[in-house]
Write a protein that binds this ligand. Structure first.
Ligand code: NAP
Length: 546
């Protein structure tokens, strides 16, 4: 518990969350001369990278660009050790950032926000925390930096409380670690997390059983140490790297090949996929321009990957179960892996298809399937993902000036203007909120862009004497419509089990949540909105021009 001094309860801004977004937001607010505090539920900085400590946890973006770009000295002084950073290294980087910019003195750790209510005039927020006797803070602007994938999704399986063993969700992994040596462990879920955790867990378990509902595509990561020469080269090239990221569809520093997969001859195409497979990583998506736009083009990549799975997995029946057939490559977030498919060649690893024979209940000994088969387990690991994008905001459930809560406003699904603001909730900014590119991009790129935009907006409000800003409902409606069109121009909404659509959470409205129109296009829109005097927002205040 952290004591907050009496008298230290009135701020220009309260930021919720001390991950990549909250840390940079605090830095920018200080630069504007605003008083600000960050409220963080965890005992340290890191956000996603504080909680996700499961075996094998590492980033799928490459380290040299999964980092901040706002400070050139920071870029030069930090040296990543591997192509893809492991969780402890990203956490160490964020600890370094917090220290380097002296951020900790304005972060209240172990402080859970339990309520947020707008003032009746919409010019401020009252924020309640669960610390000690329940401290109440007041601010003019409330900024959520709660992450897109922070609300853990534990399936509501009957009997979980009767399980005689231990159970864990990967997103809330115990900090002391979990010793699985010699134990029979079950992993539920084969998304990016499960695909990272399975090979790592298999190293130690006596037996690993993987419960797969939807088979997934995965590309080899080809991780390895970064040499000194590579680090030097990245550091020397940062300005160019940042330019490529800014002009990109996904905030990654690679350029999508502008050829159609269908224009290429069969051998040429196979060679291109083979080269991308050998290079490894998410860049596989950039092999052709229409992999996410045309089903026939997508199928060429999907089938190439199925072929590799058949090649790697020795048991044909297991290989067959691992072949994704109900969605195209990258229409769900594509994982990358280190020896994921190879792990099924081990005698001590079993794959169970729970699409055809679903998990019915947890029993004392393990998991019981609908057929009555019981898989005996000592430990159960839920790699079952998150209530993505809306979940973290709805768990805060702020209330607007008229008392309407976000949950009520979003009953039929989220609505936002630019993913940054919600009509009916003045002076609230949502970093990487729904209908912004967020999870379709390299997250630090989207985060920096949102934080910079919010900082620019706050400066504008100050300069124009305004103290209230609210998204216009019509601008919000039009943005929602544009989002639907942008998503429908791709194959992304066709993956029926995708968490992009909320399909992983029973009862969640089916809405395609991240903006699929591309990062560079989105940035241009946000810049234009600001340049045109914050088009689509209403601002006012005692000194504001009428
Ligand atoms: P996820 O992609 O939502 O995968 C969850 C898995 O659990 C899916 O296979 C899902 O099956 C399964 N599942 C959920 N409920 C189930 C149930 N009741 N019974 C059986 N299976 C169930 O979650 P995630 O793997 O944690 O990844 C979420 C996102 O986090 C990623 O897509 C990525 O954006 C991010 N992430 C990033 C990294 C990284 O950069 N290193 C690592 C991990 C995660 P269905 O597919 O059938 O729903």
């Amino acid at each position: 518990m952290v004591d907050i001094e009496v008298g230290d309860r009135e701020f220009d801004a309260v930021v919720i969350g001390a991950g990549f977004a909250g840390l940079y937001m605090l830095h920018r607010l200080r630069g504007l001369g605003m008083s600000a505090v960050v409220l963080e539920q965890a005992a340290g900085v890191g956000g996603t990278w504080y909680w996700n400590r499961y075996p094998g946890a590492r980033c799928d973006s490459e380290s040299y660009y999964y980092c901040y770009s706002f400070d050139r000295e920071l870029e030069q002084e930090w040296t990543w050790t591997e192509r893809y950073p492991r969780q402890p290294e990203i956490k160490a980087y964020l600890d370094h950032v917090a220290d380097r910019f002296d951020l900790r003195r304005d972060i209240r750790f172990s402080t859970e926000v339990t309520g947020a209510r707008a003032d009746a005039d919409g010019r401020g927020w009252t924020v309640e925390t669960g610390t000690g006797t329940g401290v109440t803070l007041h601010c003019r602007f409330l900024i959520t930096a709660v992450g897109c994938l922070s609300a853990a999704n534990v399936p509501d399986l009957p009997g979980l409380e009767t399980f005689a063993g231990r159970w864990f969700h990967t997103g809330r992994w115990p900090h002391a670690g979990v010793d699985v040596t010699g134990r029979r462990v079950g992993v539920v879920g084969t998304g990016s997390t499960g695909i990272q955790a399975v090979p790592a867990l298999a190293e130690d378990t006596a037996h690993l059983t993987v419960f797969q509902r939807t088979a997934n595509y995965s590309i080899p990561a080809r991780n390895g140490p970064l040499t000194e020469a590579q680090s030097r080269a990245y550091k020397a090239d940062y300005r160019h790297i940042r330019e490529v990221q800014a002009a990109s569809t996904n905030g990654h520093p690679f350029v999508i090949n502008q050829q159609s997969a269908l224009e290429a001859g069969e051998q040429e195409r196979t060679d291109a996929y083979r080269a991308a497979w050998e290079r490894g990583g998410l860049r596989f998506r950039a092999t052709y321009r229409d992999l996410l736009a045309d089903e026939a083009a997508n199928e060429t990549a999907s089938e190439f990957i199925r072929e590799r799975i058949r090649e790697i997995v020795r048991d044909p029946a297991t290989a067959e179960k691992l072949l994704p057939r109900d969605h195209g490559f990258a229409t769900k977030r594509p994982p990358i892996d280190t020896h994921y498919f190879e792990t099924y060649n081990r005698d001590d690893v079993t794959l169970v298809d729970v699409r055809s024979d679903p998990i019915e209940a947890v029993v004392a000994e393990g998991l019981r399937l609908r057929s009555g088969v019981v898989h005996e387990l000592d430990d159960l690991v839920f790699a079952t993902g998150f209530d993505a994008l809306t979940g973290p905001l709805l768990r805060l459930d702020p209330a607007g000036p008229d008392g309407t809560t976000l949950g009520e406003a979003w009953r039929a699904g989220p609505r936002t203007y630019l993913g940054l603001a919600v009509s009916g909730f003045p002076n609230l900014f949502t970093i990487t909120g729904p209908f912004s590119p967020s999870v379709l991009t390299n997250m630090p790129s989207s985060i920096e862009q949102h934080v910079d935009w919010i900082a620019g907006c706050l400066e504008h409000l100050r300069d124009t004497g305004a103290d209230r800003i609210e998204a216009d409902p019509e601008a919000e409606r039009a943005w929602g419509e544009h989002n639907r069109e942008a998503a429908d121009a791709t194959l992304l909404p066709r993956a029926a089990t995708s968490w992009y659509l909320g399909a992983n959470v029973p009862g969640k409205p089916s809405v395609f949540m991240p903006y699929a129109g591309g990062f560079a296009r989105y940035v241009t829109t946000c810049t234009d909105v600001a340049r045109e005097g914050y088009r689509g927002f209403h601002t006012d205040g005692p000194r504001a021009a009428a």
